[in-house]
Design a protein around this ligand. Structure first.
Ligand SMILES: [Zn+2]
Length: 242
């Protein structure tokens, strides 16, 4: 975290948010949920060391509508500046499967799994779970299976629009996740739909996971978000508004 703060200063960011994963659907080796008290201590140490940088707290809640008790416990640990809601996993044949694992699964109906991912995202947005920002809406496209026709938003337009309408109705912010500079997630087609259905705000995340990836892809994200009709809100949360 300290190296990420150094990197944020180096690239000229006025603020950085650490949105630590809070996952309870554990599908990866060594995966565990956040130690929220330890996390908040680490943020305080960074704040003491980097006084000129605004350091925001946060979590990325994975499938919070499946884990309301655990979600409430994490959120009770203290006020957090940024609460993201995200789907990584779906239930497939009674088993939890992360979208990054779809392509390795023998005999999977890949596109059906992507539709199920979006259906689960809709269920999360329509739940009463208290998150403000919808993270990486089309996450499965990062792990597309070789040999399939490329991902096109239009192939899932009805499902994506349903998520966007629900997110706009509930006052959510749409995250543009830059995937450490590799992929805009979602890209301009979806951000334009977001504006069409009444979405008010967009926010960036680099999903850095490593200090050298902090803010990677923000320049191209800026061009895209502006082209979709949003304007900088001069807000420490890096919000863009219609
Ligand atoms: Zn995520």
């Amino acid at each position: 975290m300290e190296r990420s703060c150094e990197r944020a200063i180096e690239v000229g960011l006025p603020a950085i948010a650490f949105t630590e994963h809070a996952d309870w659907a554990l599908v990866h080796e060594g995966q565990h949920s956040v130690d929220i008290a330890g996390y908040l201590d680490a943020v305080e140490r960074c704040r003491a060391k980097f006084k000129g940088l605004r350091i925001l707290t946060g979590v990325e809640l994975g499938e919070p509508h499946w884990y309301p008790r655990e979600t409430a416990e994490v959120l009770a640990a203290g006020p957090l500046d940024q609460v993201l809601g995200s789907i990584h996993c779906i239930r497939l044949d009674g088993e939890l499967l992360d979208a990054s694992q779809f392509r390795q699964r023998e005999g999977i109906d890949f596109r059906g799994a992507v539709r199920e991912y979006l259906r689960e995202t809709l269920a999360m947005v329509e739940s009463s779970q208290p998150f403000e920002t919808l993270a990486h809406l089309d996450y499965p496209k990062r792990y597309w299976r070789e040999g399939l026709p490329p991902y096109r938003e239009q192939d899932y337009e009805a499902e994506i629009r349903a998520v966007l309408v629900a997110a706009a109705r509930t006052g959510r912010v749409l995250e543009v996740n830059t995937t450490r500079g590799q992929t805009l997630c979602p890209d301009i087609t979806v951000v334009r739909w977001w504006r069409e259905v009444g979405g008010q705000a967009v926010q960036y995340g680099s999903d850095a996971h490593q200090p050298d990836k902090v803010a990677e892809g923000f320049q191209v994200a800026t061009q895209m978000v502006e082209a979709a009709g949003f304007k900088p809100a001069r807000d420490p949360m890096a919000l863009w508004r219609r």
